[in-house]
Design a protein around this ligand. Structure first.
Ligand code: MRU
Length: 347
């Protein structure tokens, strides 16, 4: 089952707010629905947001064409609506990347935009397979072991992409290759992407795992529970600083203290060379409600204030390696995104 796809003229996506209780597909035919689905995290995870952005532009183009009934697409109107979609969530660069890439086909018309979005979907599927293989090889090499236990945070699996996942895709590959002792996902407060989504995915793949409360992660690393930590990414700055789900930074600090490799797994589309460092990354604040209660039940006193950054930034000097579908950048050995550039790989 695909997390997000284009089916008979509209976007279909699994509504992740209902998991793990119910698997329901939401059909999206209008832009306001898509923006709402992105903001309430019915569709979430950086690569899936990239695909949502591209299919969103296809949806906009089709509806502008249908409304105006002209042979010629009203390009200004498509651009205007796409600009709104682009801003639906600020931290994952993939959303604006997907929108912008689909817009490159604007002059060629609505059908060409859809073709580009479908290509982005297919590239995502292939990229995840490649990241899984590269990441699994690297982990065995860095851990100097054939079988490993790995800690992870949030959800970076098939639900965060189209079909397979980034960091959780590496865990799935290790499992398929007989190299996984166990996965150790953190619950991921406040919206529990780890407990609700990653645990659901690990169970479906029948991989061995134990769920951890967030605050146990750093301590258990110091006790040697894991051979590596894998995270996904929402935006990787030019210097390697990485924005990902809040809690990643604490894990990176603890991993360094414990001497455990800390590995970022993300597609090339998550690298933002126009952002110099993590200090320049906008971090989404999701407001008070998610902190003071869960599932409609208030857990904190009424009327209190809260801070709720959805992401944090791990400085590049705490990251052992970044794995993409094209390259492995060993930051811990002095490599950089520029020194292991795609250009250098081609030559
Ligand atoms: O707020 P979310 O659930 O969209 O946050 C998702 C994450 O932080 C993921 O780790 C990241 O997007 C990478 S997904 C492969």
């Amino acid at each position: 089952m695909r997390t997000i796809d284009w089916v008979n003229g509209a976007i279909e996506l699994i509504d992740q707010t209902l998991l793990p209780q119910r698997v329901e597909v939401h059909r999206v035919t209008e832009l306001p629905q898509l923006i709402d689905d992105i903001q309430r995290l019915a569709v979430r995870g950086a690569p899936a947001l990239g695909v949502a952005g591209a299919f969103g532009v296809a949806l906009i183009a089709a509806s502008v064409q249908a409304e105006h009934g002209d042979d010629e697409l009203d390009r200004d109107e498509v651009r205007r609506q796409a600009a709104i979609l682009r801003e639906a969530r600020p931290t994952a660069v993939n959303l604006s990347w997907g929108v912008d890439r689909a817009l490159t086909k604007l002059d060629a018309g609505a059908a060409a935009i859809l073709d580009e979005a479908v290509l982005i979907r297919d590239e995502d599927i292939a990229a995840c397979i490649s990241m899984g293989l590269r990441g699994a090889d690297l982990t065995r090499e860095l851990a100097a072991k054939d079988r490993v236990s790995v800690m992870t945070i949030c959800n970076t699996g098939s639900l965060a992409t189209v079909e397979r996942g980034t960091a959780l895709g590496v865990i799935e590959t290790l499992f398929e290759q007989g190299s996984l002792i166990e996965a150790l996902p953190l619950e991921t407060r406040p919206l529990l992407q780890g407990a609700r989504l990653t645990a659901w995915e690990l169970e479906r793949m029948q991989a061995p795992f134990r769920l951890l409360i967030d605050s146990a992660g750093p301590f258990l690393l110091s006790r040697g529970i894991a051979d590596a930590v894998f995270i996904g990414a929402d935006r990787i700055a030019a210097n390697g600083d990485t924005a990902n789900k809040v809690g990643s930074f604490s894990l990176a600090l603890a991993a360094q203290h414990a001497g455990v490799p800390f590995i970022v797994v993300a597609p090339e589309s998550t690298i933002d060379m126009r952002t110099a460092s993590g200090a320049d990354i906008e971090i989404e604040d999701r407001g008070v409600d998610e902190v003071v209660g869960f599932g409609g039940t208030r857990t904190a006193p009424a009327g209190i204030d809260a801070v709720n950054p959805a992401f944090d930034v791990t400085p590049h000097d705490l990251i052992t390696a970044i794995v993409t579908e094209r390259r492995v950048i060993l930051l811990s050995r002095g490599e950089t995104l520029e020194s292991v550039s795609l250009e250098s790989l081609r030559s």
